[in-house]
Design a protein around this ligand. Structure first.
Ligand code: PLP
Length: 420
C-alpha cells in the first residue's frame, strides 16, 4: 500500500467533506496553501496544541497555522479577553475606542524602529499600505523584492511576478542573500521607491537572511533614499523585538501580522513618525486608510492580552529556545542525508535536497529538491499524528513541550532510517 492510498483509506470523512466543498468552491478550497493531493484532511476542532479531524484522528499541532497560531487553540487568556470585549465593549463600535491605542503603544515599545503604527486586517494589507507610504514620500513607483519572498496573496514572488501580483510592471526582483546582485540593482535603477524583504524568507522555505545582506539592504536604501520595508509578519515572533531586534536592523517601515491579533485577522504597519504622517488625517495631503475592521475591539483586546500576558518576553525566549533545540536535534540526525533543516527559533522547514546542503535562496530549492521524498515525509508525519505543513514547515506554538519535540525527533529518525 502506498503512503497516499493509506492516507486516502484512513480519511473517508475528510474525503466526503472535500466533496461537499467542491460543489461550491474551486478545488473545494479558499486557501491555496492548504490544498494537497489527494484531498486535504478536514480538521474539526483544536484545543491547546492538539487538533482533531472529522475522522476522529488526533494530531499534535506542529504547524501552528503557519506561525499565526502561536497561542495554541482557544488559549484561556485570549478567551477571557475576547469574552470580556464582546460582553463589555461590543464588537465593532464605528468609533475610536480605548483598546487601539493600548495595543499601538505596546507594539511601539517592543520595536525600536516603530514610532507610530496603524492597524489593518492582514499581512497582505499591511504591506500594500507600506508600499503606498513609500511611493507617496518618494514620488517613485518601483519596488525591489526578492524571488522566494512572500508578502501576501497578491505580493508573492515564489517564481517571480505573475498575473496574481499586484502592479506586475512595478517590480524589480533580486536574488535573496546575493550582495553583488543587490548592489547592481540599486546602481542600475533610479526609480525605486522601496525595497521589501523578510529577514527570514518564511513561505520561501524558512531561509534566514544573511546578516551582511540585510545590512547592505539597509545601507544601500539609506544611500539611495529608498524606503527600507522589513516584512516581519512572520518573523516578529522569533525574538521579543522581532528579527530586527535580534539582527540590529533599523528599517524605515515594518509590517506585522499573524499571531499579533491574538489569533484573529490582523495586520499593522509602522515606522518613523514622519513616514506614517502619510496617513495622518490632520494633514491635508494625507491618504485615506479606513478599513472597517482596523480597530475591531475583539482583535485589539485579544492582541493586547496575548502580547502583554501570554507571549511575554520570557515566553518568547523560551519558545524560540525550544525551537532551536528541535532544529539542532533534527540537523544532528539528518547529517549526511538528503534532509536539510533551515529556520530561526521556533519556525523551520524540513527540506529534501539532492546535495544535502543548506539552501541560501529559493533557487537552491527549485533546482535540487526531491518532491517525492518531501511528500512521503509529510504523509509520514500525518500518519504519526504530527500536523505539519505539506511544504515541510513547522512552527511551534506555546504549550509545546520538550517531550513533544523529542518524540518527533525519534519519529524523524525512524523515517531517515527507512529512506536513506
Ligand atoms: N508577509 C509574510 C512574510 C507572510 O508570511 C505572510 C503570510 O504568510 C504575509 C505577509 C501575508 O499575511 P496575510 O496572510 O495575513 O495576508
Amino acid at each position: 500500500q502506498t503512503a497516499e492510498s493509506l492516507y486516502a483509506s484512513k480519511n473517508p470523512g475528510s474525503k466526503a467533506a472535500h466533496n461537499v466543498a467542491l460543489e461550491s468552491m474551486p478545488g473545494g478550497n479558499t486557501r491555496s496553501v492548504l490544498y494537497n493531493q489527494p484531498f486535504p484532511i478536514c480538521i474539526k476542532r483544536g484545543q491547546g496544541n492538539r487538533l482533531w479531524d472529522v475522522d476522529g484522528h488526533e494530531y499534535l499541532d506542529f504547524m501552528g497555522e503557519m506561525t499565526a497560531g502561536l497561542y495554541g487553540h482557544s488559549n484561556g487568556t485570549i478567551r477571557e479577553a475576547l469574552i470580556s470585549a464582546f460582553d463589555q465593549l461590543g464588537v465593532n463600535l464605528g468609533a475610536h475606542n480605548l483598546e487601539e491605542a493600548k495595543l499601538a503603544s505596546l507594539l511601539c515599545s517592543r520595536f525600536q524602529s516603530i514610532e507610530h503604527i496603524r492597524f489593518c486586517n492582514s499581512g497582505t494589507e499591511a504591506n500594500l499600505y507600506a508600499l503606498s507610504v513609500a511611493r507617496k514620500v518618494t514620488g517613485k513607483r518601483k519596488v525591489i523584492a526578492f524571488t522566494g519572498g512572500y508578502h501576501g496573496g497578491v505580493l508573492g514572488f515564489a517564481h517571480g511576478v505573475s498575473e496574481n501580483t499586484v502592479d506586475p510592471g512595478d517590480w524589480v526582483l533580486g536574488s535573496y542573500n546575493d550582495q553583488a546582485n543587490l548592489s547592481s540593482l540599486f546602481e542600475s535603477h533610479d526609480d525605486i521607491a522601496a525595497v521589501i524583504v523578510e529577514a527570514m524568507q518564511g513561505a520561501g522555505g524558512s531561509i534566514p537572511g544573511d546578516l551582511g545582506f540585510l545590512q547592505s539592504i539597509q545601507s544601500l536604501s539609506a544611500k539611495h533614499r529608498v524606503i527600507f520595508i522589513l516584512d516581519e509578519v512572520m518573523t516578529s515572533r522569533l525574538y521579543p523585538s522581532g528579527l530586527q531586534g535580534k539582527f540590529g536592523l533599523h528599517p524605515d517601515l515594518t509590517t506585522l501580522g499573524k499571531y499579533m491579533g491574538g489569533g484573529l485577522a490582523f495586520g499593522a504597519f509602522g515606522g518613523r513618525k514622519e513616514l506614517l504622517q502619510t496617513y495622518d488625517p490632520r494633514q491635508s495631503s494625507a491618504l485615506p486608510h479606513s478599513g472597517t475592521f482596523n480597530n475591531s475591539t475583539l482583535t485589539m483586546a485579544a492582541g493586547y492580552a496575548g502580547l502583554s500576558k501570554v507571549y511575554t518576553i520570557q515566553a518568547n525566549l523560551e519558545l524560540n529556545a525550544l525551537g532551536e533545540s528541535l532544529r539542532t536535534k533534527l540537523q544532528t540526525i539528518a547529517k549526511g542525508t538528503k534532509m536539510v533543516i533551515t529556520g530561526v527559533g521556533a519556525v523551520m522547514t524540513v527540506h529534501f535536497l539532492e546535495h544535502g546542503r543548506t539552501p541560501l535562496r529559493v533557487e537552491d530549492l527549485d533546482h535540487h529538491s526531491i518532491p517525492e521524498l518531501k511528500k512521503l515525509f509529510w504523509f509520514w508525519c500525518i500518519e504519526m499524528s504530527y500536523w505539519i505543513a505539506e511544504r515541510g514547515m513547522i512552527s511551534l506554538s506555546l504549550g509545546t513541550t520538550m517531550k513533544d519535540v523529542d518524540v518527533f525527533v525519534k519519529l524523524v529518525d525512524d523515517f531517515i532510517a527507512e529512506h536513506r
